[in-house]
Design a binder for this molecule. Structure first.
Ligand code: NCC
Length: 276
């Protein structure tokens, strides 16, 4: 099979990955009283369209990057999981428009998801590694972590904050793009939050800058900019097909290699502005 060019890959993503979220009318949720807690509208009715967006990976190489001002200059900023801004503003900025969280963060005791102020800013979007089928019933009976229980609790405590749940079809549509563009078989685990968030922002923004997803000259084994723990797998992947994700993003990058080297910055077009 022929290797697709960056523009061809971008068009595949635009055509084949649709950002959808759970709505109260979807089965089996429609039959549950708490379905009314789900936003009835698509994400794009609350958010955007934005001109420029920043996707801030949680990589350790953001440390001492001094990218905070540049990141905050975007119209919207997406961050992941438990990544803080307080105390790290110089390197990662302070604006948070969207926080994409995995279900592990929602469920694990040490993240204090229900009470920590970290999660109360901006729009929340949650996701859970669903069975490959993307069948909502199958997923509902077999979530990785108790995403729905925690969602209901959080919504009761913070009813005013916009909070979406990503439809599992998004993970597997994106996974399929990765697999179809790689020569080897890839483990059937969903893409990382970082890639999901990048595609999410490509659906809401004219231009997307992704920071330290492709590591800069600051590349380090430090896992997160906000923790002292080191593991190269955080950057290269273990569970998530991270190395393949990064390969695809590198091919789609419209910025220069120099931008990657100095700023860890990738430039991707938004879907609405990209002509296929
Ligand atoms: O580490 P995590 O991701 O929260 O990071 C968010 C995204 O940033 C990119 N990243 C991160 C570190 C690094 N050195 N290089 C990077 O490129 C990745 O794109 C990553 O997705 C996740 O994807 O949800 C993940 O979540 C953590 C963990 O659940 C949360 O941080 C909460 O503690 C996972 N770690 C474990 O399960 C132990 C991680 O595998 C993926």
């Amino acid at each position: 099979r022929r290797k697709l060019s960056g523009p061809e890959l971008l068009c595949q993503l635009k055509d084949m990955v649709h950002i959808t979220t759970l709505t109260p009318d979807m089965e089996p949720f429609a039959g549950f009283p708490w379905a009314s807690q789900l936003p009835p509208q698509p994400l794009s009715s609350d958010l955007g369209p934005f001109k420029t967006c920043a996707v801030v990976s949680s990589a350790g190489s953001l440390r001492n990057s001094g990218l905070g001002k540049e990141i905050d200059s975007h119209d919207a900023v997406v961050r992941f999981n438990a990544a803080p801004t307080a105390g790290f503003e110089k390197d990662v900025g302070s604006k948070t428009t969207v926080r994409l969280i995995n279900s592990q963060v929602m469920a694990s005791e040490d993240h204090h998801f229900l009470s920590s102020s970290l999660y109360s800013i901006g729009t929340l979007v949650a996701w859970d590694p669903a069975p490959y089928s993307s069948d909502l019933n199958e997923w509902y009976n077999k979530t990785d972590y108790p995403i729905f229980k925690q969602y209901q609790r959080y919504r009761r405590l913070h009813p005013q904050q916009p909070f979406y749940i990503l439809h599992p079809s998004v993970e597997w549509q994106l996974w399929k793009r990765i697999q179809d563009n790689m020569a080897e078989p890839i483990q059937k685990n969903p893409p990382s939050s970082g890639l999901l968030g990048t595609v999410l922002m490509m659906s809401l923004c004219d231009v997307v800058h992704v920071y330290e997803f492709l590591p800069s000259r600051r590349k380090t084994e430090l896992c997160h900019y906000y923790q002292r723990f080191s593991d190269a797998a955080c950057t290269l992947g273990a569970y998530h097909p991270l190395l393949y994700e990064k390969n695809l993003v590198k091919r789609m990058n419209q910025g220069s290699d120099r931008d990657i080297y100095t700023h860890g910055r990738v430039t991707l077009p938004g879907f609405s502005t990209y002509n296929c």
